[in-house]
Design a protein around this ligand. Structure first.
Ligand SMILES: N[C@@H](CCC(=O)N[C@@H](CS)C(=O)NCC(=O)O)C(=O)O
Length: 223
């Protein structure tokens, strides 16, 4: 059976978790606490970059959440989570990449910076640029690709619904707010949803991981 290495608080892992649930793929989950267990030799052998998510399926080890999503779509094509139309596919990819490259790093910034710091203010400004961009793509559609739920909704939908609880309201983007409500009604979102306590714990873990990463980088720069 497919093995899924994950942590319930990780947005990168949650993309994969929701995809597995939406496609009803049977899997065995392996919980990682990310308190150092990801640095154990046994896991570093599976992922030398010590990140989750990882899946192992039919003897194949796959790291990087977006690569995992592509694999799952190709190996388990039903229900389809990518559109066939090339223009809509490009938009789905754009939403995925903009979420991963523009939104997620700024979400980490607002978790780690003080609310009145220039870094926090800059991060919120950038997040609003992303939200406007995504709201324009969504327009008045049910999902980013139209009536069909796709990987765009799954990737953006593991980040955007948590923004109000991190101090970034969605009031200027009613279409995104309605889209969040639609997603939150789906069993896959409900099963993987973070409680308020989970969100506090997520913030604490992110702050620790960022401090560790910065310390390691400073150490590498010295040596
Ligand atoms: N680009 C990777 C990022 C994965 C990632 O950063 N995972 C975090 C959790 S959200 C992690 O495992 N951190 C633990 C560590 O870096 O030691 C992906 O999309 O899968």
């Amino acid at each position: 059976m497919l093995k899924f290495y994950y942590a319930p608080l990780s947005p990168n892992a949650r993309r994969v978790w929701i995809t597995l649930l939406e496609k009803e793929i049977p899997f065995e989950s392996i919980l990682m606490r990310l308190d150092g267990d990801q640095l154990q030799a046994e896991f570093v052998e599976i992922n030398p970059f010590h990140h989750i998510p990882v899946i192992v399926d039919d003897g194949l080890r796959i790291i990087e959440s977006l690569a995992i999503l592509d694999y799952l779509e190709s190996k388990y094509p039903q229900p389809a989570l990518l559109p066939e139309d090339s223009q809509i596919l490009a938009q789905v990819r754009m939403v995925q990449m903009v979420t991963a490259n523009e939104l997620l790093p700024k979400m980490v910034a607002i978790i780690c910076e003080k609310a009145d710091s220039p870094q926090f203010i800059q991060a919120v400004r950038h997040i609003n640029i992303v939200l406007k961009f995504l709201a324009d793509i969504l327009a008045d559609k049910t999902f980013f690709a139209g009536e069909q739920l796709t990987l765009a909704d799954i990737v953006a939908g593991t980040i955007i619904p948590t923004l109000p609880n991190l101090g970034v309201p969605l009031g200027d983007y009613p279409q995104l707010q309605n889209w969040c409500e639609r997603l939150l009604q789906r069993p896959a979102w409900q099963k993987t949803q973070l409680s308020a306590a989970d969100l506090d714990e997520f913030k604490r873990r992110v702050q620790i991981l960022v401090k560790l990463r910065n310390r390691n980088q400073a150490h590498e720069n010295k040596s």
